[in-house]
Structure formats: C-alpha cells, structure tokens
Design a protein around this ligand. Structure first.
Ligand code: FCB
Length: 456
C-alpha cells in the first residue's frame, strides 16, 4: 500500500473494480444458460448503436481466471461482478442449472486464491426472457420469482460469497427499460414504468428478508445510481426542475428503501398516487434494514424549468414521466465520451443524500468511472490521461467524504475492463484495462497503472 497516497483512508477501506455479467461474459448459449431480455433486446434492429450484442463480449466466461489475476495484479482486493439469473435458472422458474452455479463458484474461489473479496450482484438488468413474456417487472409475481432466485443462489454460494447486493440501479431497469424503452425490454410506457420501480424494490425487500433469515451472517445491500442535481439559476422554475429530477432519480428509490415511504410529490407529478396507495403495505418489506447501501455515481445534472412552466409532455416516451420538458444545462464542465459532465464533488453530495436518511448505514461506491476514446500505441501502451484524472478527482472526493465523517467504506472503479456498454454496444470504453475485441488481448491502461501505484 502506498501509505502517503492512502492518507485519510482507513486500512479497512475496500478497493475494488466492477463488471456485470451480460457486459463481459459472452457464452450466452453455453452450459445451459437461458435467454435474457438483453439477448432479445440486442437483436432489435436499431436498439444498439453498433448493432452488436453480448454473445462474445470479453469472453470472460472462459477467461475469468486470467481476468481475476489481472485485477489482483493491479492491487485491488475486491471484485464486484454480477450473476446472470438465466445461468442459474434458465427459464426463470424452478429448474436449477448447476453448471451456472458452478461458474460463479469458480469465480469466487479464484478471487479467494488471490486474496480478493467477491461482491456479487444478483440482478444487473438481465431478466430471464420467459419472465418478461409473462409481464416482467410490470407484474408483482416477478418480485416473488426474484426472491426465489436469490434464495437458490445464495444458498448455493454463501460459503464462498459473503457480500451480496440484490439489484443494480433499479432506476435503469424501470425507467430506461419500461419508461423510455432505450434499455431492455424496450417498452415505452412512461408513467407505467413506476409499477416496475415498485416491483423491483419489492423483489429486493423480499430477497433481503428471505436471505437474511437463512444466512444472518451475510452482508446484504442494494446499489442505486444517484445524481447530484443543481439548479441552472436561482429561479423558482429551476428549483422546481431540481425537485422533479431529484425526485425521480434519487428520492423515488432512497425514500422507500431507507424511510419506508414514497415521495408524495413524485407520485403526484406522475399521477400514480392511487396505485401506490394500494400497495402501501409493501413499504415495510422494501425498507427491510440493510448492511450497506451501494451508490453508483457518474455525474451531476444541472437543470432548468421550461420557460412556459409546463413540465409534462405526455406525447414523449420518457425516463422522466411527467417531467419530460426539464432542460439539462451545459455548465461548461469537461465531459466524458458519454457526454456526461465531470463533477467529482457531486460524489460527496450523493453520499450525503444517503447519510441524511440513514446516518449509520455504511456506504460503498459500487461504480464510478468514465468513457473516453482510447488508442493503443505501437508499444502496446494506452495513455488515458482524462480517465486517470477522472479517477483521481473522484478518489479525492472519497477522501473528502471520509474527512466529513460520512460512513464511506469502499470504492469500486467501473470498470475492470472495456465491455458491452448496453445500447452503446462496444462503442464506449470504460475499462482501466483495454480489450481488443478481435483478439481478446487485455492491455492495462495508464489509469489502471495509476490504481496499481495507489494501491501497490
Ligand atoms: C451504469 C451501469 C453499468 C455501466 C455504467 C457505465 O449505469 O450499472 O453497467 O453501464 O453505467
């Protein structure tokens, strides 16, 4: 450990890198894996910018041992990966595919052999297709199926994996998947996507309850993606824009999970008050106490209200139902290749959002990182100063959060290696390790070397 660089971080701080099953594994039809909604969505013409899919991806299914060795070589001591539901339960039902469980056991055992602590995510957006065919997250039964899948998987792997998150970014699964339709399953239902929010959160709560009862020794959490949200000006309209975006992006998830309540203003804006009132009894389950909260942080939104004060445009399928006409202001801050503004101090803002609701709850930054265009030099090096600077700034923000007394206990870089960036296919590179998709050759980027120096 580089002691000077580590000033301000406790010895127990968790340093990891993160990935997700569909983005890296490939082998989508091997060893009994069933189809997921991402296998289907990736084949919809026009859905993915480069027309690609995750059939091969990083071929991690076959190369996991070398990839985990690489992670260890960079000095990390934790690996966050996700488990593909349809490898474990190919139809989403009761039939268990032992080969799927064996794969994740091999991953966990390889981690342990390298002194790496595995952090498993049960759901990183890849619902088994047969469950989507009977309603997906729009129906309550899917929450129960998720609980059953969680129990089966954790029962099988609890001896090698101690840290579990239920869902990754339910905002994306619901509002992007069923609201805007830009993620699987590609439904453009606007407001109705809030039903998916509720069923995802219910599935999380049911899973935590059932798993905790059987395995009280495990550490259980959920990962949400939070945004720092600021007004474009001091006007009342811009304040309202902040209220709406913060509501849909942050409070719609943090309030039920941590305070056992839905934000009334968001339900009013979206016209869903009555629907949620009928399900108020579920809130106690959703708010089942957690051992940690995972936060994914990438950027800040600076927002403004429309000049005419009319926020809703029901004609647009959207991920901001009822608030489609909010304007996103360009502050002139540097942007990543995703067009996302770089604001490291926003990371402290979002940890505060958790802390003010649950002062004792440990927080892990389960994802943080940046896409930039990379070039492999003739000597095989990849110089990525922008990505390195992004990480430096955000690691500094973690130090600041700890200095302020916030219970931040770990940081995971997104991502260990370049991978399938959902609707952007292979066009966006987030890795600290470069992947040549033709040859599957991995090359550590300068940002990866920076971590190695920090942690070394
Ligand atoms: C997050 C996802 C992750 C990756 C990054 C860039 O929203 O959890 O899979 O795509 O964004």
């Amino acid at each position: 450990m580089n002691t000077a660089a580590m000033n301000g971080f406790p010895d127990t701080f968790v340093w990891g890198a993160a990935t997700a099953a569909y983005q890296i594994e490939g082998a989508t039809t091997e060893d009994g894996r069933g189809p997921s909604i991402w296998d289907t969505f990736a084949r919809v013409p026009g859905a993915i910018v480069d027309g690609s899919n995750g059939d091969v991806a990083d071929d991690h299914y076959h190369r996991y041992a070398a990839d985990i060795a690489l992670l260890a070589g960079l000095g990390f001591t934790a690996y966050r990966f996700s488990i593909a539901w349809s490898r474990v339960l190919p139809t989403g039902g009761d039939e268990v595919n032992q080969a799927g469980l064996d794969f994740y056991r091999r991953i966990a055992e390889t981690c342990h052999a390298h002194g790496i602590t595995p952090y498993a995510t049960l759901y990183h957006w890849d619902l088994p297709q047969p469950l989507e065919d009977v309603g997906g997250w729009l129906v309550r039964e899917t929450a129960e199926r998720f609980r059953d899948y969680a129990v089966t998987t954790v029962d099988a792997l609890a001896d090698v994996i101690r840290h579990w998150t239920t869902l990754n970014e339910p905002w994306c699964s619901s509002l992007l998947g069923y609201g805007a339709g830009v993620h699987a399953p590609g439904k453009q239902l606007g407001t109705e996507s809030l039903h998916a929010v509720h069923h995802l959160l219910l599935g999380h709560g049911l899973a935590v309850q059932a798993v905790r009862e059987r395995h009280p020794e495990l550490s259980l959490g959920i990962t949400v993606n939070l945004y720092s949200v600021r007004p474009g000006s001091g006007s009342a309209l811009d304040a309202e824009a902040v209220r709406r975006v913060d509501g849909l992006q942050n409070r719609l998830f943090l309030d039920p999970l941590l305070l056992a309540t839905y934000p009334a203003d968001v339900l009013t804006d979206t016209g869903t008050t009555d629907w949620f009132a009928e399900r108020a009894d579920d809130l106690a389950t959703i708010a089942t106490p957690l051992d940690f909260l995972g936060v994914n942080y990438y950027s800040r939104h600076t927002v403004a209200g429309p000049a005419d004060g009319v926020f809703a445009d029901p004609t647009q399928p959207s991920s901001t139902p009822g608030s489609e006409r909010v304007q996103y202001v360009d502050t002139g801050a540097p942007k990543t290749d995703m067009g996302w503004e770089v604001h490291p101090d926003g990371l402290v803002d979002v940890i505060e959002l958790v802390h003010e609701r649950a002062p004792e709850l440990p927080v892990l930054v389960t994802e943080n990182g940046a896409a930039y265009v990379d070039v492999v030099e003739a000597d095989g090096s990849v110089h990525d100063p922008d990505r390195r600077q992004y990480f430096e700034g955000h690691v500094e923000a973690c130090r600041e959060a700890i200095r302020r007394g916030l219970p931040l206990q770990g940081y995971f870089a997104w991502s260990l290696m370049d991978n399938y960036e959902w609707a952007f296919g292979y066009t966006k590179r987030f890795g600290i390790v470069h992947v040549d998709y033709e040859t599957q050759i991995r090359t550590v980027k300068d940002s990866g070397r920076w971590f190695a120096e920090l942690l070394g």
